[in-house]
Write a protein that binds this ligand. Structure first.
Ligand code: SAH
Length: 210
């Protein structure tokens, strides 16, 4: 992504310097289909195939900012999609474990994240992320990039004490609320909504070839 877009994100209210820096560093055009690369620097979501979209840069920046990453965290992402959000997280956290239910998308994301960009702190898995990634738990942060009807209980269980999850929650397909779930030391869980967002719904079940 260009510096111009990072400037636009600053104007739009993204204030975390590290987030702005990471957004400026990740080449978004690598994560969109060739026919749409001319639009990669626009602050809009774009189709990536398999009925899915790469998130709008503002939303990626906002979700990353609310996770308040310091660089030491182990992060779970549910919904790898293009891998764009994964790359931003990888620049700001210690380790990112990302789960995607569509095998083709996970394979494409792996090619960019692991082969092209050489990010060595990213681990990808094809699975239903509603169940999280039990073998890698607990996580300091969890980011869900598909819409859930309620906060996924398994993910609350895999959140470390003192940790935070951001998840779009809503009954309607048109709009959800980005919800922050904090787990305090001792295990008490609180949640609050911070931004109306629009994500594709989370799918359930076994991963299937499209
Ligand atoms: N953050 C991504 C956008 C993800 S779109 C990006 O910037 O490109 C949402 C993604 O969640 C889609 O790729 C979809 O296939 C995936 N998804 C939906 N349900 C899922 C589930 N249960 N487990 C894992 N991934 C899921």
């Amino acid at each position: 992504m260009s510096r111009a877009l990072a400037r636009r994100l600053l104007e739009a209210g993204i204030r975390d310097e590290r987030v702005l820096h990471a957004m400026a560093q990740v080449p978004r055009h690598l994560f969109v289909p060739p026919s749409l690369q001319w639009r990669a620097d626009d602050d809009v979501p774009l189709p990536i195939g398999c009925g899915q979209t790469i998130s709008q840069p503002y939303v990626v920046a906002f979700m990353t900012q609310v996770l308040e990453l310091g660089g030491t965290e182990k992060v779970l992402e549910v919904g790898t999609g293009s891998g764009y959000q994964t790359a931003v997280l990888a620049l700001l956290a210690r380790e990112v474990c990302s789960v995607e239910i569509v095998p083709e998308l996970s394979a494409r994301a792996a090619a960019v994240l692991l082969d092209t960009l050489g990010l060595d702190n990213v681990r990808l898995k094809v699975a239903d992320g509603w169940e999280g990634w039990p073998a890698e738990a607990p996580f300091d942060r969890i980011l869900v990039t598909a819409a859930a009807r309620k906060v996924p209980p398994a993910l609350v269980g895999q959140l470390r004490e003192g940790g935070r999850m951001a998840v779009p929650v809503g009954e309607a397909e048109e709009v959800q609320q980005l919800t922050l779930v904090d787990k305090a030391a001792g295990g008490a869980v609180t949640s609050r909504t911070v931004l109306p967002v629009r994500f594709v719904p989370i799918r359930r079940g076994e991963p299937k070839l499209q």
